[in-house]
Write a protein that binds this ligand. Structure first.
Ligand SMILES: O=C(O)CCC(=O)C(=O)O
Length: 437
């Protein structure tokens, strides 16, 4: 009996490479099991590496895992109203899982493609690159050149293509879309390639599915509207990368920390509309998925028995997230007609909060170097933003300089290398050739 229970999981876990082996039996969908913990058959998925990634004894997955086949049988084309993992089985074994068994094979196929890569704190999910100050930490290189530096100078540099860049165009023919997600709606494609410890900071958007070809990826999730002040202080939405905050969530129960789940090769994560999420690759990985171009109402299977406890873990409503919402700050400046005093006061408050958050990284148990790099980057972006307003909106040069000099000094103290990359004047995206220099 025990063997029967764990056998399907063993098939999934043993497979680090392409999906070529036996098709695991259908797990069976049981909407009443698997609330805030994996069902019994999933427990063997817990492994030492994943456990040490989280650093505590709690389950490595807080959301349910379903068989895609069984889900479809029970719910047709309606998606879950809560995040879940669809485990590998016949219907999830698309071409994409078989095409790339590991990073070596991926690089052999696509290593010559030129890509852009960014560190976690500057990633697409964040806002600090969304304003027009130039993201100078960006790297352009062939994928092979980038990969050759992943254990050195370019550790943490992640390729995240949303809306299908040139690499994605080339990879696309190798991939397939799982049947549940294959419909006629216009969608954007995302492709993510990176080594261990890369990932995206907390952000949210339309509903999305994402499959993993190889490697393991940790996901951190917070329900819509539930990013409390306390949580935001630790996980720093929009800017703190996962490797900065994961240690600070050690031993903390869900709700006071994000829900989390380790995704394995051949699995698909599903996130409904507006769920906050951040990622941390536990190994080198390639992932791909889709989101609708616009928010998409309807077509959800409502399963309150699963969804309600997930939400209930987060009792506190969302805070205003003052210093994380740079776009909000700029909207507010716009409303006040780019008044210099008001604008500088808003930016100063944000800069001070970034600096204070970085200063409390030690006491929170965060990874200090990662958080300091992120804060240094944020401070440089704020300085760039104030300089832009001087040029565009006539903010007084001396008043701007007083603030920006302070922010740049703080950035340099926190992380001099990041500061000299992002704060340096006229520093374009670095180009690298055969060797990093
Ligand atoms: O795979 C990742 O690292 C992040 C993907 C993600 O957050 C997204 O597609 O919105």
């Amino acid at each position: 009996m025990l063997l029967l229970l764990i056998a399907p999981v063993a098939v999934v876990r043993a497979r680090n490479g392409p999906y070529s082996g036996p098709v695991p039996p259908t797990y069976g969908y049981d909407a009443t099991s698997a609330v805030l913990q994996r069902p019994a058959w999933a427990k063997p998925r817990r492994d030492a590496a994943a456990a040490s990634a989280f650093g505590d004894a709690q389950p490595e997955c807080d959301v349910p895992i379903y068989s895609l086949t069984a889900w479809k049988r029970a719910h047709g084309r309606d998606f879950p109203d809560h995040p879940c993992i669809f485990a590998a089985d016949a219907s999830t074994a698309t071409r994409g899982f078989a095409a790339f068994p590991d990073m070596d094979r991926f690089l052999a196929l696509f290593g010559n493609e030129t890509v852009e890569a960014l560190p976690g704190y500057a990633q697409a999910g964040g806002q600090y690159c969304a304003i027009n100050v130039g993201c100078r930490v960006k790297i352009r290189a062939t994928l092979s050149d980038l990969a050759s530096q992943w254990t050195g100078a370019l550790a943490g540099f992640y390729v995240s293509q949303f809306g299908c860049g040139p690499l994605c165009e080339r990879v696309l023919p190798y991939l397939g879309v799982p049947e549940l997600f294959a419909d006629a709606q216009p969608r954007t494609m995302n492709l993510l390639v990176g080594p261990a410890r890369t990932g995206l900071p907390f952000h949210y958007h339309q509903r999305t599915w994402q499959a993993l070809s190889f490697g393991r990826k940790a996901w951190f999730l917070v329900p819509p509207g539930r990013m409390s002040d306390d949580l935001a202080r630790v996980v720093g939405p929009r800017i703190w990368p996962g490797d900065g905050f994961v240690a600070a969530t050690r031993g903390v129960p869900p709700g006071q920390r994000p829900l989390r789940c380790v995704q394995y090769p051949g699995e698909i994560i599903w996130l409904p509309e507006n769920w906050w999420h951040a990622t941390l690759n536990l190994d080198a990985s390639v992932a791909y998925g889709q989101k609708p171009l616009l928010p998409e109402p309807g077509r959800l299977a409502h399963t309150p028995d699963v969804r309600t406890p997930l939400l209930a873990a987060f009792a506190t409503p969302q805070a205003t997230l003052p210093w994380f919402e740079l776009i909000e700050i700029r909207a507010s400046m716009q409303r006040s007609g780019w008044d210099a005093n008001r604008g500088l006061a808003l930016l100063e408050r944000t800069a001070a909060a970034l600096h204070d958050a970085a200063a409390s990284a030690v006491s929170l148990g965060s990874d200090v170097a990662v958080i300091h790099a992120a804060a240094a980057f944020g401070l440089c972006v704020l300085a760039g933003s104030a300089d832009n307003s001087r040029a565009k909106h006539g903010w007084p040069a001396s008043q701007v300089a007083t603030h920006t000099a302070k922010w740049r000094r703080a950035a340099s103290t926190l992380d001099n290398a990041t500061c000299s990359l992002q704060c340096a004047e006229n520093c374009p995206a670095r180009e690298i050739g055969g060797h990093w220099h």
